[in-house]
Ligand binder design. Structure first.
Ligand code: UT7
Length: 342
């Protein structure tokens, strides 16, 4: 099976920045607590009327531009999200329309929460490897600001809005595989740890569910923290072991940005130095499925990635679902024309 490679990357974050000081004016929290416990300094919040497909489309346009492709060159659109525009249709269908893709390519949403982008990469890699698609657009997008309880200080300080996208294309046979060592896991027995209880078929919207604020994110933070450290460290090692790589050979770990302390602990357990963990949580908070492609684009735009760079991607979130893979970067550093970060 021919492995896929990343041939384009882009991201978009809403303009509005909400810093910790602004939050501390409406809930009982402080900049010191949020920074110490999470590493977050500010997050972006979508403007009224700005929806997931808008963010996703903006990120996808940038990724297509870097790839040098037209919208109709795309054969499949995968949108990883748990905060799409509507329950129906898939946000990917709306993105297809907004991008101006008229070739009737497949388009669907993938719900694996914070692990969604890594799941999407694994899927895109398989579709290209089997010759079913040539170019797959994988987007991670969230507008979590509409799903967090702004009265609950234990969750609302953590999340933010954003989008990131990659275009995958077939890799060259003479090069090391662009995407490899894909590991995808879920432990459904822990699904209660991070959830939005109402709004689905189990508990449709009702006055009672609204009154009990069950339409918002609820999380057992400490339990998720513990499982995240354990499973992300082991997922990083599984991905690099599968490629006969050593921890010292990894150039960058681009991990889901949920908590800087999680990343420190994963670094310690995995033996990959903490300095190699790309971090932008301070400026975006936890953007769930958008966090890895946002970080990837930022690393690319900053010139931190170059052909031959060896990356480990890993993420864990609601489900509890997690995943990891190795990405060998083949894109040249950005030219001024394609430099358009979030
Ligand atoms: O993206 C999906 C995956 N998600 C994650 O990986 C998140 C994993 N969990 C975490 O990152 C951390 O558990 C949190 C950041 C959510 C919480 O940090 P913590 O160190 O586990 O804090 P805690 O829940 O143990 O709370 C410690 C104290 C409590 O007060 P008491 O009971 O000790 O008096 C909380 O009420 O901090 C209090 N607290 C706050 N104080 C100020 C909780 N939230 C806040 C807040 N501001 N925003």
């Amino acid at each position: 099976m021919l492995a896929a490679q990343v041939i384009g990357v882009g991201s978009y974050a809403p303009d509005r920045r909400v810093d910790n000081a602004e939050l501390s004016r409406t809930i009982e929290t402080s900049d010191a607590w949020i920074r110490e416990r999470t590493g977050i300094g500010e997050r972006r919040i979508a403007a009224p009327g700005e929806v997931a497909s808008d963010l996703a489309t903006a990120a996808a346009k940038r990724a297509l531009e870097v790839a040098g492709l037209k919208p109709n060159d795309i054969d499949m659109i995968v949108v990883a999200t748990v905060t799409g525009d509507r329950p129906l249709p898939a946000t990917a269908a709306i993105v297809q329309r907004k991008l101006g893709v008229t070739n009737r390519c497949g388009a669907f949403d993938l719900a694996a929460a914070c692990a969604g982008f890594v799941y999407g990469l694994g899927l895109g890699n398989a579709l290209i490897g089997q010759g079913q698609c040539r170019h797959v657009l994988v987007i991670g997008v969230e507008v979590l600001s509409r799903f967090v309880d702004w009265q609950d200080r234990t969750t609302c300080v953590l999340f933010g809005d954003g989008a990131g996208a990659v275009v995958l294309g077939p890799g060259a046979e003479e090069q090391p595989p662009g995407i490899s060592g894909v590991h995808l896991h879920c432990q459904g027995s822990m699904s209660h740890l991070l959830t939005i209880p109402a709004g689905g078929s189990e508990r449709p919207a009702s006055e009672a569910s609204l009154a009990e604020r069950e339409h918002y994110v609820r999380m057992e933070g400490q339990d998720v923290f513990r499982v995240a450290v354990k499973e992300l460290a082991s997922a990083c090692l599984s991905a690099i072991d599968a490629q006969q790589l050593k921890a010292a050979e990894v150039d960058w770990v681009v991990a889901h940005q949920a908590n800087e302390r999680i990343l420190e602990a994963v670094a310690q357990r995995s033996g990959i130095p903490f300095e190699r963990f790309f971090r932008n949580i301070a400026r975006y908070g936890n953007t769930s499925s958008a966090s890895i492609p946002l970080a990837l684009d930022e690393a690319y735009q900053h010139g931190s990635l170059e052909p031959g760079s060896k990356l480990v991607l890993c993420a864990l979130g609601a489900g509890i679902a997690w995943g990891s893979c190795v990405v060998r970067w083949h894109l040249p550093k950005p030219t001024p024309r394609s430099a358009a970060g979030p």
